[in-house]
Design a protein around this ligand. Structure first.
Ligand SMILES: NC(=O)c1ccc[n+]([C@@H]2O[C@H](COP(=O)([O-])OP(=O)(O)OC[C@H]3O[C@@H](n4cnc5c(N)ncnc54)[C@H](OP(=O)(O)O)[C@@H]3O)[C@@H](O)[C@H]2O)c1
Ligand SMILES: *[C@@H]1O[C@H](CO)[C@@H](O)[C@H](O)[C@H]1NC(C)=O
Ligand SMILES: *[C@@H]1O[C@H](CO)[C@@H](O)[C@H](O)[C@H]1NC(C)=O
Length: 309
């Protein structure tokens, strides 16, 4: 021990400290996941992309899943995939509840059905959504309304559907999968970015109201994720855009995003922004120097709609 120089001793302490921090993080993460076991978790948009990966993550954590989207055949495929997993930990067979977020009036009844499966909803993940590509001037008001219905009013209706149950249970957690475009608007996305900004505001406001009720609200704002979102996006006339944007093609994996959502729920995080540091910085730019942000967006718009590809 006499040979140990002060520098080597310090390095040893630093390495030990970092190792301990890493270990504590692992333990906290495991405990967080353990806290989810047997909870009732309702996921919309569970038939593909982020929602499907969330279904996998929550299923493995031993929750009672309710999977929703329009296509029941795809939801069944997801359920079959889950049930075919060979896991050593106990799991629950997921329930399927097809619904159309655009049919906002139907969602109160759908919430009742979801609650009836297990008598309660502990966690609602508002993830289902569609995107849009086009100029505002060409876009029919019907398309603006459709984006608002699916991305915003759908989530609001389901949230109102489960809140009374969460309030009487005395606990709950609601997640809104928004987008970095819920915090800053880019050109050729009016309908989409407006619907995501609305989500951010609604759930920020709601979070404060529920602060003393042990009901938590998490807003997740990811940058580009490798999904079918742009393939399923709509044009100004409501037809399918149908193009795999290169930004999306090169985006984050759905597994990465789903894992971050699981962690955010387990640790009751408030606001999670996922993506490259440049996109996070742009959100600050938008707030601190809106004039500069506007110039950057103007330059982007000048390049035309396909410029990001
Ligand atoms: N991909 C990205 O770059 C990105 C970035 C930021 C945020 N997001 C957000 O992530 C969420 C999930 O999207 P994704 O990227 O995973 O795209 P996706 O693969 O196209 O998944 C969208 C999901 O929403 C469901 N859905 C669409 N319209 C619906 C409706 N009217 N009623 C019920 N369900 C509907 C779809 O299922 P059915 O077709 O079976 O209905 C599907 O399960 C969306 O809210 C999106 O805005 C995505
Ligand atoms: C995109 O859609 C295709 C065809 O429906 C499907 O096979 C694929 O799994 C989807 N991709 C994702 C990431 O959900
Ligand atoms: C809340 O719901 C959970 C199951 O989801 C249940 O175990 C618990 O007893 C409920 N609490 C109340 C007060 O109803």
């Amino acid at each position: 021990m006499n040979d140990l120089t002060p520098a080597a001793a310090l390095a040893a302490i630093a390495v030990g400290g970092l190792g301990l921090l890493w270990l504590l993080r692992r333990i906290r993460y495991k405990q967080g996941l353990e806290s989810l076991r047997d909870k009732v978790v309702w996921i919309t948009g569970a038939s593909s992309g982020v929602g499907e990966s969330c279904a996998h993550g929550f299923y493995k954590a031993g929750v009672k899943l309710i999977l929703s989207s329009r296509r029941s055949s795809e939801l069944e495929r997801v359920r079959n995939d889950l049930c075919a997993l060979k896991l050593t930990t106990p799991t629950h067979v997921p329930r399927i509840l097809p619904l159309d977020l655009a049919d906002v009036k139907s969602l109160e009844k759908k919430s009742k059905e979801a609650i009836s499966f297990h008598g309660n909803i502990d966690i609602l993940i508002n993830n289902g959504g569609i995107s849009f590509r086009g100029t505002a001037v060409d876009t029919t008001l019907d398309v603006d309304r459709r984006l608002m219905d699916v991305n915003y009013f759908g989530a609001v209706a389901l949230t109102k559907g489960v809140l009374p149950c969460m309030l009487s249970n005395g606990s709950g957690h609601i997640v809104a999968v928004s987008s970095v475009q819920g915090k800053m608007a880019i050109p050729f996305r009016t309908a989409y970015t407006a619907s995501k900004h609305a989500l951010q505001a609604f759930f920020d406001s709601l979070r404060a109201e529920l602060a003393n009720r042990d009901i938590h609200v998490t807003i997740v704002s990811p940058s580009y994720i490798k999904t079918n979102l742009s393939l399923n996006a709509v044009n100004p006339d409501g037809s399918k855009y149908g193009i795999m944007d290169s930004t999306i093609q090169n985006g984050m994996s759905t597994e990465y995003v789903a894992n971050k959502i699981l962690q955010a729920v387990a640790h009751k995080e408030i606001d999670v922004v996922l993506g490259p540091i440049t996109h996070k910085a742009a959100i600050y730019l938008r707030t601190l120097v809106p004039g500069i942000f506007a110039k950057v967006m103007e330059a982007r718009a000048k390049k035309g709609m396909g410029s990001e590809n």
